[in-house]
Ligand binder design. Structure first.
Ligand code: HEC
Length: 249
């Protein structure tokens, strides 16, 4: 410590005295160095072409996503075509027995996970909706994401299989969860896409309003009434078979 002297300064603060110890050189050089650095850094990074950490991160992430594009899960048409292929159902069933039955029961009746056979669904009953759930999971609700454990092919197969469970009769069905399925879809999803209702006349039971069986559980079914009504086909036949018809699908 070169600059240290034992010279006591000539003042006295309430009895406290002070040595005259200049700051060490290395410390001062650091200070001057940082000042010089800042003169270059500030204009270059804050006002010039330099990328601040957030921008740099953004650029890096974009580059990363370009190298690793997010998986595009198949849409409904692609899934329907896939479901036609030979052996898909069998392989899906095999995967189901290994991976899924612990939570959804061997026959899909539901345990920790919801009943996959009934006329209700939390996330939608279309294949393209179900594969999203199987692929990404619903971690907060206890449904695992299978994207790291199964190949995309296996995920597609098992999705086709669980989709096919609807309408079967499990030994111990778990109580319904989610929204009623309307025409292969949940009422909620149908409400956002009027075409689903319009395209297929037999989805008309909801607009008749009475909805005896499911009315209490189906607030979203009511919401879709206006869209359905506009395009509803001849009223006569749609009124009668309300609950029976949906079980038939
Ligand atoms: C650890 C338990 C667990 C396992 C294993 C599990 N699930 Fe699930 N699954 C759940 C839970 C819990 C939910 C409900 C998620 C929610 O409430 O959003 C769920 C929801 C689902 C849904 C959506 C149901 C709906 O009503 O929308 C599908 C489809 C599904 N699981 C398929 C599968 C398949 C296929 C497998 C095997 C590859 C599987 N699950 C394995 C717990 C599980």
């Amino acid at each position: 410590m070169s600059g240290v002297t034992d010279e006591i300064l000539d003042h006295d603060y309430d009895g406290i005295q002070e040595y005259d110890n200049p700051l060490p050189r290395w410390w001062l050089y650091l200070l001057y160095g940082s000042i010089l650095w800042a003169i270059g850094y500030l204009p270059y990074y804050h006002y010039g072409p330099g990328a601040l950490p957030e921008e740099a991160l953004e650029t890096d992430m974009q580059a990363w996503y370009q190298l690793h594009p997010p998986v595009q899960l198949p849409d409904e048409a692609a899934m329907l075509a896939f479901a036609e292929q030979d052996g898909v159902m069998e392989r899906g069933a095999a995967t189901y027995k290994i991976r899924c039955l612990s939570c959804h029961a061997a026959d899909g009746g539901g345990l920790v996970g919801p009943n996959l056979t009934d006329e209700f669904s939390i996330h939608g009953q279309r294949l393209e909706q179900m594969i999203q759930v199987v692929y990404h999971g619903v971690p907060a609700k206890g449904m695992l994401s299978w994207k790291t454990q199964l190949s995309l092919e296996e995920i597609k197969e098992v999705t086709v299989y669980v989709h096919s469970l609807r309408g079967t009769t499990p030994a111990k069905p778990k109580a319904p969860q989610g929204d009623p399925i309307v025409d292969g879809d949940t009422a909620e999803a149908a409400a956002t896409g009027a075409t689903v209702v319009a395209a297929t006349g037999e989805a008309a039971p909801a607009p008749t309003g009475a909805n005896p069986a499911t009315g209490a559980d189906a607030p979203s079914g009511v919401a879709m009434a206006p869209t359905g009504e506009a395009d509803a086909p001849p009223e006569g036949e749609s009124a009668a078979p309300v609950p029976a018809e949906s079980a038939g699908g």
